[in-house]
Design a protein around this ligand. Structure first.
Ligand code: ADP
Ligand code: MG
Length: 699
């Protein structure tokens, strides 16, 4: 495994699983350090891609620094200082000069850097120019130039790798150089020739060489394109296999004809929008098919998803099947139940609510009825499907707001002996790039039109000092019988501080400007039963104003609320702001969203401006995604997307689409990847998704 002399054995240059210790200069100690950044094998080395490149062909003068633009400079360190910021972050600042001027370079919280730099060292820097008292580069890429080394020997475009303690740029570059020289020429091509030709992709060996040590910028771009393509292609192969797996199951083939259709329409008290009609057709088509439906229904808050769900539910029940409707929280399950119940009151559908707070006696009775087939529609939380509920004949599951109702839950259903149709509804607009990857195995329907007669929410950004006018305005609205939300951000560093501010604010308003009103308070530290109680009280108008830190998770309908104030709006992400704003404008009255806050960065300024300009959820989602990237889009990494090493979904949309088309085409022609030409693709997919093999079945 750990041969020490590279010349010993040329055959070993095809073994990419061997330890990185094979390379010269990597002993057990270095290997351990490299292990911490995920480099263990030769394959890991080759796939440890540069974050950026040092481009000495384009070296600039410090005097050319422009705020907001990237710059690449080389200069001498003339000053060095470390200090603590007020919130106890470690700051390292260098002053660097060339013949044209001086600039600062600042790093936060990387104390291990401090000992690297000495006054008098010549240093290379690359990064974005910002201004804070004076011009500076914030967390720039750096490299200390020893005795005129690196530049000459690395040519004009040198890789800059992400570093860690005790590993220098020069060292990484040295082992990369060796790994590339010995191994890159043996990397196997997984893509068939036609695919390379059709997409103008370069061979994988050239791509690996040029991503690390580009011959020129053109080849660097081609290397990136090729590697991005590979990564997304394998992801989409997995998606295609998953989708095919679902489609392979045989489900219920419902009869949704004229008769059923006209019966259902009698229960709908308004004319459907064109978007609703279109989506209903898509769903009906899926339901008629023998293959199980697996469809994501996207539509902004208030776009009328519920009635579409009703259509599907009634169609299933008309065919003699049971349906389950699941919501993320009890209060939402309760709200959905009431809404559904209203639609169904003139029908013969037997419906029922089952949640954690259903008492034991009732629960037993309900479970029995479900098993006997005496209940047609069961509403509850997501736990419904996992728990003890046994349906007699489950035909359709509708799920509200769960992004990743994945194959796992589907498999649980299957274990229960059913392959029901599944309709997932979400009010969180999802950028197209994400729906093609994250939800690549789902079919997607979009309601992109609002029901008539609902004026869009007016959104204003309130300048500092004008807050009192806003309070006066709220008083006027409340005098007309309306209600208002006042929302506080959740500050991650300090939930305690956060809580204080909302509590203090509620008190300040109650005793001050709103002394004649009833002010309610809702915050994250309350028990969920308390939260539910406050929300119900607000809904039933026992409060005029609700001060809250946690409204987001409470998608509750209060059509009478026409004003929302968002405090510190600059701290919220775009999608979050849009989601919040969806809590108002649910009635026929004009609603107002008033943003308090000071934009502290160009991005927060951009966000506030976008909010005042558009109410289109998809536009907002797309911009949010561009501003923040996919990882943060959903707030956590719990979104089931594999880690992407080189692709950037916000940027690589064109390649993604191409890779997806190609992958789906291959799987449609060769559903089990049995063809000899597809063996390497199959192997690579299984390798990449090895932790989630249950998701893919290639026999
Ligand atoms: P969503 O679930 O997408 O947020 P809902 O289904 O709750 O939206 O619909 C919001 C409101 O609009 C409800 O009061 C509903 O009755 C009403 N509505 C839905 N579709 C129409 C329509 N085509 N015409 C008039 N009102 C509609
Ligand atoms: Mg709804």
């Amino acid at each position: 495994m750990t041969a020490t002399n590279p010349s010993e054995n040329a055959a070993s240059h095809t073994n990419f699983n061997q330890s990185v210790q094979y390379l010269q200069g990597v002993g057990p100690k270095r290997a351990e350090i490299l292990g911490r950044i995920g480099i263990r094998t030769i394959r890991d080395v080759l796939c440890y891609f540069p974050r950026d490149y040092k481009d000495l062909t384009r070296k600039q003068k410090i005097s050319e620094a422009k705020i907001g633009a990237d710059i690449t400079i080389q200069g001498k360190i003339i000053g060095r200082e470390t200090r603590m910021s007020r919130n106890r972050k470690n700051i390292l600042e260098l002053l660097v000069s060339d013949e044209s001027g001086t600039i600062a370079a600042t790093w936060f919280n990387q104390p291990f850097l401090a000992n690297k730099f000495r006054v008098g060292d010549v240093i290379f820097l690359h990064g974005k120019v910002t201004e804070y008292r004076y011009l500076q580069l914030l967390n720039p890429e750096y490299e200390i130039i020893h005795d005129g080394n690196a530049a000459a020997q690395d040519g004009s475009i040198a890789p800059l790798y992400p570093l860690t303690e005790q590993i220098s740029q020069l060292y990484l570059r040295k082992i990369m150089r060796e790994a590339v020289t010995l191994f890159a020429g043996h990397v196997e091509e997984i893509l068939p020739d036609e695919l390379l030709k059709k997409n103008g992709l370069i061979p994988i060996r050239d791509a690996i060489k040029n991503i690390h040590f580009p011959e020129n910028f053109d080849l660097l771009k081609k290397a990136k394109d090729r590697l991005v393509y590979d990564e997304l292609f394998i992801l989409e192969i997995a998606m295609a296999l998953r989708k095919r797996g679902i489609k392979d199951e045989s489900g219920v083939s419902f009869k949704v004809g004229k008769n059923v259709d006209s019966h259902i329409r009698k229960l709908i008290p308004f004319t459907l929008t064109r978007a609703q009609e279109r989506v209903i057709q898509e769903i009906a088509e899926d339901m008629r098919s023998e293959r199980p439906m697996n469809r994501l229904l996207q539509g902004d808050v208030g776009s009328g998803k519920t009635v579409v769900a009703i259509y599907a539910i009634l169609a299933a029940i008309a065919n003699g099947y049971q349906t389950a409707f699941m919501a993320p929280t009890e209060i939402l399950a309760d709200q959905h139940f009431r809404t559904l119940h209203k639609y169904l009151q003139h029908s013969q559908v037997r419906n029922c609510l089952l949640t954690g707070s259903t008492n034991a006696g009732n629960k037993k009775d309900i479970l029995q009825k479900i098993m006997d087939g005496q209940i047609d529609l069961l509403v509850g939380t997501h736990a419904l499907i996992e728990g003890t509920v046994q349906f007699k004949k489950l035909g359709l599951v509708v799920i509200d707001e769960q992004h990743r109702f994945g194959v796992i839950q589907r498999m649980k259903l299957k274990e229960k002996g059913t392959s029901p149709d599944v309709l997932i509804m979400t009010a969180t607009p999802i950028p197209r790039t994400l729906s093609l990857t994250l939800f690549g195995d789902l079919d997607v329907s979009v309601i992109d039109e609002m029901p008539p007669g609902r004026p869009p929410v007016k959104t204003l950004w309130i300048p500092k000092g004008k807050e009192d006018d806003t309070y006066k305005f709220i008083l006027e609205e409340i005098a007309k019988g309306r209600q208002a939300f006042i929302v506080y951000p959740l500050v991650e560093e300090s939930e305690v501080l956060d809580l204080k501010s909302a509590v203090a604010e509620a008190k300040r308003l109650q005793t001050g400007v709103f002394s004649a009103l009833k002010v309610g308070l809702l915050h994250g530290q309350m028990k969920s039963t308390e939260k539910d109680q406050v929300m119900m009280d607000f809904k039933e108008k026992r409060y005029d104003v609700l001060v809250s830190t946690v409204i987001i998770e409470v998608g509750i309908d209060v059509p009478n609320a026409t004003v929302m104030v968002v405090e510190h709006a600059e701290r919220f992400g775009l999608s979050q702001l849009h989601q919040l704003r969806g809590r108002i404008g649910r009635g026929s009255e004009q609603s107002y969203c008033l943003l308090f806050g000071t934009a502290k960065t160009p991005e927060s300024l951009e966000r506030l401006k976008i909010m005042t300009k558009t109410s289109d959820g998809f536009k907002i989602a797309e911009m949010d995604f561009q501003l923040r990237g996919p990882g943060e889009f959903f707030g956590t990494r719990q979104h089931g997307l594999p880690e992407l090493k080189i692709s950037n979904l916000a940027r690589d949309f064109t390649i993604l689409k191409q890779a997806r088309d190609d992958a789906f085409h291959i799987v449609s022609e060769d559903p089990r990847l049995a063809n000899a030409a597809h063996q390497k693709i199959k192997q690579k997919t299984l390798e990449t998704f090895r932790d989630r093999l249950e998701l893919i079945d290639v026999g």
